[in-house]
Design a protein around this ligand. Structure first.
Ligand code: CTP
Length: 441
C-alpha cells in the first residue's frame, strides 16, 4: 500500500437499481485516501458496466472467479485477505440472504465467507422486500454475526412507492465506513486516521473551497435554533390533502449540523420522507396552521429562526367532514384561502437578538424575487435556489444556492454541494451576522 493510502476497501456491488450510486461511493472513498478494489455480482453488471469501475480504480473488476480473463486464479482468497473492509453497495435482499446463510455461489458471496475483514452492508430494495420477515431475519442473523449496516432511508423508490428501502446518502455511507475502520482494532492500518477534519482535508479543491465542516467546534453553543422543516398538508376531506414535494432533507441537515455545532435545536416538523436527526426536539405540525401555532409558541425561546419548510400558501376554505364522492360530479372546484405566512409573522413579532433566515425556491428571476422576499419579510438572510437546476431543490441530496443578506448588495454564490455541507455554510453566515450585531452594540 502506498504511503498516502489509508485503508483498503473491497467494494462489492450487488444487482439493484442503486448500483450506480456505488460509483459515487467509490469516488468518495478514493478522495478520502482509501485504496478500493471492486467486485460485482453478475446482476450488478446489468445496471453498471464493470468498465466504469475498472477505469476509476485502474484495477480488474472481479465478477466471476472462473472468467478466463481473470488475472488471479484464486481471486476470492486474495481479494478477501487484502482488505480492511468489505463494503456492499447496494446490498440487495438476495446478497443479504446469501451472506446470512453462508451460500458461496459467486465471487462476492465467496469473498464474504473467505474474509476476516470488517463488513458493512448498505441495503437498498423495495419496501415490501425490506420489511419481509425473511429479510429482517437475515439481517438480525448477520448483525449477530458482527456485520454492520447502514440502514436504508425512507423516500421515493425506483418502483414509485414511498417507504423505507432507499439507499442511505452516499456521504453517510462513506462516513460510516471510515468511522468503522477508524474505530476497529481489526483494521490493519496502525493509527486511526479518520475524523471529519481529516476527511475534509482530503476532498478536492472545489469542495474545500466551499466546505469546511465545523462539527468539532461548538460555535453555536449560545444559540437556540427553531427550524420549520418539510411540507405542510392542507386537508380537503378526511382522506385527501394538498401538499408539495418537500422531503425535509435541507431542514433536517440544518438541524443536524446546528446540533453538532452545539446549538439547542427545536424542529417544527411537517410531512417529511427522511428520518429526523438525533438529539433535536421535534414538534409535529402537519398543516400550515398547526405549524404557525407551534412556531409562535416556541419563538420566545429562540435566538435564530430558520423557515426551511415548504409551507402551503393556500388551503381549502371548507374542509369536508365526509369523504367527497365523485358521483354526479364531473368537475370539482375547490375554493382556496391563504394560509398564515409564518415567516412574516415571526418577523413582525421579532424580539431583540432574533436572527431570521428564510428560503426562496424559485424558477425564474431568482435574485430579484429573493431580494424582494428578504425586504418584504424583513429577514436577516435568505437562501435562494433555482429549483429547475440539476441537483437543486426538493428531494435531492444536494443543492445549488445564492445567499442574500440584509443591507448587503453582494450575493454569495454557493456551487453544487451536499445539503449537509450547505447547512454548515448557511450556519457560518448566520454566525457571522451574529458577530456583526455584537460589534455594533
Ligand atoms: N413561508 C412561511 N409561511 C408560509 C409560506 C412561506 O413561513 N405560509 C416561508 C418558507 O418557509 C420560506 C419562505 O417563507 O422560508 C418562502 O417565502 P414565500 O414568499 O412564501 O415563497 P413562496 O411560498 O414560494 O411564495 P411566492 O408565491 O411569493 O413565491
Amino acid at each position: 500500500m502506498s504511503e498516502n493510502k489509508i485503508y483498503r476497501v473491497g467494494l462489492g456491488v450487488a444487482g439493484g437499481i442503486a448500483a450506480y450510486k456505488a460509483i459515487e461511493v467509490l469516488r468518495l472513498l478514493q478522495k478520502s485516501g482509501c485504496e478500493v478494489q471492486v467486485a460485482m455480482t453478475e446482476h450488478a453488471t446489468e445496471f453498471v458496466q464493470p468498465l466504469t469501475f475498472r477505469a476509476l480504480t485502474e484495477n480488474y473488476v472481479l465478477v466471476d472467479d472462473y472468467a478466463p480473463e481473470n488475472p488471479d486464479p484464486i481471486a476470492h482468497i486474495n481479494f478477501s485477505q487484502n482488505i480492511d473492509l468489505l463494503l456492499i453497495v447496494p446490498a440487495t435482499a438476495n446478497i443479504i440472504a446469501k451472506f446470512a446463510n453462508g451460500i458461496a455461489d459467486d465471487f462476492l458471496s465467496s469473498t464474504f465467507l473467505a474474509s476476516t475483514a470488517l463488513v458493512l452492508l448498505a441495503p437498498a430494495m423495495n419496501t415490501t422486500m425490506w420489511e419481509h420477515a425473511a429479510t429482517q431475519r437475515n439481517i438480525a442473523q448477520l448483525k449477530k454475526d458482527g456485520v454492520d449496516f447502514v440502514e436504508p432511508i425512507a423516500g421515493e423508490l425506483a418502483c414509485k412507492t414511498v417507504g423505507t428501502g432507499k439507499l442511505e446518502d452516499v456521504e453517510n455511507i462513506v462516513n460510516q465506513a471510515l468511522k468503522l475502520l477508524a474505530q476497529s482494532p481489526k483494521s490493519k492500518v496502525q493509527s486511526p486516521k479518520y475524523d471529519h477534519k481529516d476527511f475534509k482535508a482530503k476532498l478536492n479543491a472545489q469542495e474545500l473551497e466551499t466546505s469546511d465542516l465545523r462539527l468539532e467546534t461548538q460555535d453555536l453553543l449560545e444559540e437556540k435554533i427553531l427550524i420549520t422543516v418539510g411540507g405542510t398538508r392542507e386537508a380537503i376531506d378526511p382522506v385527501r390533502f394538498i401538499s408539495n414535494y418537500s422531503s425535509g432533507k435541507m431542514g433536517f441537515a440544518l438541524a443536524e449540523i446546528a446540533q453538532k455545532r452545539g446549538a439547542d435545536v427545536t424542529v417544527v416538523c411537517g410531512a417529511t420522507t427522511v428520518e429526523a436527526p438525533e438529539n433535536v426536539k421535534i414538534i409535529c405540525a402537519i398543516s400550515a396552521d398547526e405549524m404557525h401555532r407551534s412556531v409562535i409558541r416556541e419563538l420566545p425561546d429562540a435566538s435564530i429562526f430558520i423557515g426551511a419548510a415548504a409551507v402551503a400558501d393556500y388551503r381549502p376554505k371548507n374542509v369536508s367532514d365526509n369523504k367527497i364522492k365523485k358521483t354526479n360530479q364531473d368537475i370539482l372546484t375547490l375554493e382556496l384561502e391563504k394560509t398564515p405566512d409564518i415567516l412574516l409573522d415571526v418577523s413582525e413579532n421579532r424580539h431583540e437578538n432574533l436572527l431570521i433566515v428564510g428560503f426562496a425556491a424559485e424558477t425564474e428571476n431568482i435574485i430579484e424575487y429573493a431580494r424582494s422576499k428578504l425586504e418584504k419579510k424583513n429577514l436577516d438572510l435568505i437562501v435562494a435556489n433555482d429549483i429547475t437546476k440539476n441537483g437543486a431543490g426538493f428531494n435531492t441530496d444536494t443543492n445549488v444556492v445564492t445567499i442574500l443578506r440584509r443591507g448587503d448588495v453582494d450575493t454569495i454564490e454557493i456551487p453544487l454541494m451536499s445539503k449537509h455541507k450547505l447547512a454548515d455554510k448557511i450556519l457560518d453566515e448566520v454566525l457571522s451576522l451574529r458577530q456583526k450585531l455584537k460589534v455594533k452594540r
